[in-house]
Design a protein around this ligand. Structure first.
Ligand SMILES: NC(=O)c1ccc[n+]([C@@H]2O[C@H](COP(=O)([O-])OP(=O)(O)OC[C@H]3O[C@@H](n4cnc5c(N)ncnc54)[C@H](O)[C@@H]3O)[C@@H](O)[C@H]2O)c1
Length: 290
């Protein structure tokens, strides 16, 4: 049975005309929003779509560069130089944002790092703790601080940036990949638990994206030709590739999407283990060279 009004009516879907600036009037909190990374690109794109952007960033120069880029393009952004691995850092960021705006509409948990890569037999409690702090702990802490105000504001969208390594076996660092898998499953579970309170939660499984942390260009003179083999789409990813998906997930364009983790990876997960050999013009799962 169809209804003419209320949450089950066609009228509950935002009209297309409202979608030119997808985040007009929204407040978006982004961790790790420094320039030259995925969080920086997300901050710039969200601001271009009308959001007031609040950034938590450990690197003051990268933070300033993002705020400058946003403001010179006519947008609104503020940076908080904090370490989200600490209780104090999370408290400073979240209380300042909540004191200013009363709540937020969008949260992007983006901070994370695979370094240092430690083979599991060489790892120990100290390296496990470090991986936990930088990849998972703050996702809980920042989400926990913002969730209730988000619900009180009428709902919102949470986008967790994790990794395709949390969605497939990662031989290099199983502790890192298990933290990313935990972020993905936290996302799914949060969505299931809080959808009725207006909260949507989705994740992005990143791969192959050029940033300060993951430099795919330096050290590969022939990289332009190698991408055909490395990625099904045949090219390197850029932070803006990730930002566009984050924008979709943050905005009402994805109003009926929650609990999903989307690999934004140029097809590496889909193609798992298969490489295109341009010389032989065929696919192989046993490449003889890079
Ligand atoms: N680039 C890729 O190909 C790739 C692949 C898989 C996963 N990821 C994930 O994507 C996310 C973004 O990575 P990126 O490649 O843009 O890296 P990046 O290092 O360029 O960006 C991360 C940003 O977070 C900031 N930051 C780091 N530690 C912080 C802390 N403790 N507190 C506050 N800010 C902090 C950094 O200064 C930087 O601005 C991470 O979660 C990363 O694990 C990236």
């Amino acid at each position: 049975m169809s209804t003419s009004s209320g949450p089950n009516s066609p009228g509950s879907v935002p009209p297309i005309d409202d979608w030119n600036r997808l985040l007009d009037g929204k407040v978006a909190a982004i961790t790790g929003g420094g320039a030259d990374g995925i969080g920086g690109a997300i901050s710039e794109l969200f601001a271009a779509h009308g959001a007031t952007v609040e950034i938590a960033e450990i690197d003051a120069d990268r933070a300033t560069a993002t705020v400058d880029a946003v403001t010179s393009a006519g947008g609104s952004a503020r940076a908080h130089v904090v370490d989200v691995r600490t209780v104090e850092g999370v408290e400073t960021f979240t209380s300042s944002v909540l004191d200013t705006h009363g709540g937020i509409d969008v949260l992007v948990n983006n901070v994370g790092d695979y370094r240092p890569l430690v083979r599991f037999h060489d790892s120990g409690p100290e390296s496990w703790e470090a991986m936990y702090r930088i990849n998972l702990w703050h996702v809980y802490a920042v989400t926990q601080a913002f969730l209730t105000p988000m619900i009180e504001r009428g709902g919102g969208s949470i986008v967790n940036v994790h990794s395709v390594e949390g969605m497939r076996g990662f031989p290099g660092e199983p502790v890192y990949s298990s933290m990313k898998a935990a972020v993905a499953h936290f996302t799914t579970s949060l969505a299931a638990g809080y959808g009725r309170e207006g909260i949507r939660a989705n994740g992005i499984g990143v791969d192959l994206t050029q940033s300060q942390q993951v430099d795919y260009i330096t050290g590969y003179e022939d990289h332009e030709n190698l991408w055909e083999s490395w990625a099904p789409v045949g090219r390197l990813g850029w932070p803006t590739d990730q930002a566009r998906v984050a924008l979709f997930l943050a905005s009402d364009q994805s109003a009926f999407v929650t609990g999903h983790n989307i690999p934004v990876d140029g097809g590496t997960k889909a193609g798992g283990g298969w490489f295109f050999s341009p010389g032989a013009n065929r696919f192989t799962n046993r490449p003889k060279t890079l």
